[in-house]
Write a protein that binds this ligand. Structure first.
Ligand SMILES: *Cc1c(COP(=O)(O)O)cnc(C)c1O
Length: 356
């Protein structure tokens, strides 16, 4: 049976990425060696890093004056690397979910954190708006897509201070005006590659603005100067990321992705709103294109496990909601085909018929 992969992360990857990675595990770039056993200093792998960096810049239309680096440690390490490198005394954070809360916790090790707004009062079921960012902070940190709760900010906001964004789960889902950001980071395992690499896009001139001794590995400058090769990068994962970037370009880039993602999201949200057995969990205008959360409608709560079993018997994998929301979550990242969303919608319709 065809499986439809709705996991939130690690998650579905383009077939192209899987095929090319598979081939490279047997024979990488005609070397007669596996990518698993190649030196990261080999000219063939250095070419992979260079091409991945260049394609990353091309696809996101990253202006001059920015660097792209690939690091280890997950997006979670960025929760401390960002303040380590950018916070002199004070920073502002928007608390839009669990990952934002974790970022705030780490920032507090480095100075004063102003939480400008939070949607915690309603279990993060909306994206906070109408807040004021103080002028005297070193940066303002946002999480553009809340993977767990299914809310998303799909516009590039204007603020007077450097803007930092965790885009772990929605990078490459739409064109982004990079010039509005000082730094963007994300773990690759949601929309780009297997787990093990974190991308960081940095405006070079925001670094080195104050004196703090930063350990070498945690200093962005180290990795910018060494072009992501200060120490051994996750070789295979960077190779896979490059394949996804090539696939993205071949699909028509982020503008094409935006269209398809919108279409996929509308397809599923329309069914959630139409089908009497289900309902959405978040404010409609803040609905994510990447993580679509829903629950059994009022009166049908007892059918939750039944629907999960029903859906999994039809090949729907990974739709159980995060424990802090319950219900269901269908992650609809770039690599998830429209047919998979249609299959889930058909499953929901079938369930309705069966119960009616
Ligand atoms: C998954 C996720 C993280 C954590 O990523 P790790 O790579 O596991 O550290 C952080 N932020 C967001 C928005 C995420 O979705």
């Amino acid at each position: 049976m065809k499986k439809h992969n709705f996991y939130a992360g690690p998650s579905v990857l383009p077939q192209f990425t899987l095929d090319e990675t598979g081939k490279a595990i047997k024979d990488f770039a005609g070397t007669g060696l596996s990518i698993l056993e190649i030196s990261h200093r080999s000219k063939q792998f250095v070419a992979v890093v260079d091409e991945a960096t260049a394609l990353f810049k091309e696809l996101l239309n990253i202006p001059e004056g920015y660097s792209v680096i690939f690091l280890g440690g997950g997006a979670s390490l960025q929760f401390c690397m960002v303040p380590y490198n950018l916070m002199n005394k004070k920073a502002a954070y928007l608390n839009s979910g669990e990952w934002a809360s974790k970022a705030i916790k780490e920032a507090k090790f480095f100075g004063e954190v102003v939480e400008v707004a939070s949607s915690k009062d309603k279990n993060f079921s909306y994206y906070p708006k109408d807040y004021v960012v103080p002028d005297d902070v070193d940066y303002f940190h946002i999480t553009t897509n809340n993977t767990i709760y299914g809310t998303q900010l799909r516009k590039d906001i204007d603020v007077k201070v450097p803007l930092v964004a965790d885009m772990s789960s929605d990078i490459f889902c739409r064109p982004v005006d990079i010039s509005k950001y000082a730094l963007i980071y994300g773990g690759a395992q949601k929309n780009l590659a297997p787990a093990g690499v974190t991308f960081v896009i940095i405006k070079n001139d925001i670094l080195g603005k104050f004196d703090r001794k930063i350990p070498t590995m945690l200093n962005y400058k180290t990795h910018i100067d060494k072009e992501s090769m200060f120490n051994t990068p996750p070789v295979v994962v960077v190779f896979s990321a490059l394949q996804t970037l090539k696939w993205l370009k071949q699909q028509g880039g982020v503008a094409a992705m935006e269209k398809i993602n919108k279409q996929k999201a509308e397809l599923l949200y329309n069914e959630i709103d139409r089908n009497p057995f289900f309902k959405g969990t978040v404010n409609k205008e803040d609905r994510s294109w990447m993580n679509i959360c829903f629950v059994m409608n009022n009166g049908y709560e007892a059918h939750e496990q039944e629907f999960l079993d029903f859906a999994s018997a039809r090949g729907m994998i990974g739709i159980k909601g995060h424990r802090s929301v319950g219900g269901f979550r269908a992650s609809t990242y770039n690599a998830l085909p429209v047919e998979s969303v249609q299959a889930l919608v058909d499953t929901m319709k079938e369930f309705e018929k069966l119960k009616a």
